[in-house]
Design a protein. Sequence first.
Length: 139
Amino acid sequence: MAGGADGSDASFDLTPMIDVILLLIIFFMLSSQFATSELRPVDLPHQEGATPPSESAAAKLVIDVDREGRYSILGEELTLEALSARIAASQGGTGTRHSGVVVRADRTANAGALNRLADRLAGAKIANWSLAVSPEGTP
């Protein structure tokens, strides 16, 4: 008897797998929204910028500089010394350097604060960092 004693065929129910896939899609959509909502609102300079390379968002270290010259990462305000320690910690012990450091500086921020940050990045041997801008005509 080829089909078995009762004549039923073996089949798989794909409904649980589809449910899991939909839950994963919803999870990743929500978690990506939370990642962008943790950034502080910063009035970026209005300038045409370069198209960012297609890197994973997880590899980026985003540093905010507000109009008073205060530094923060993901909404957590840091002193320059604490920021330097965080940059060093993000490098890990492997000697690899962050290629995705993005600085979001307020367009009315003191240039001295940005220069001090650039010195700290150079001290951490990070020469390839980007300054975020808002395209012209965008509020």
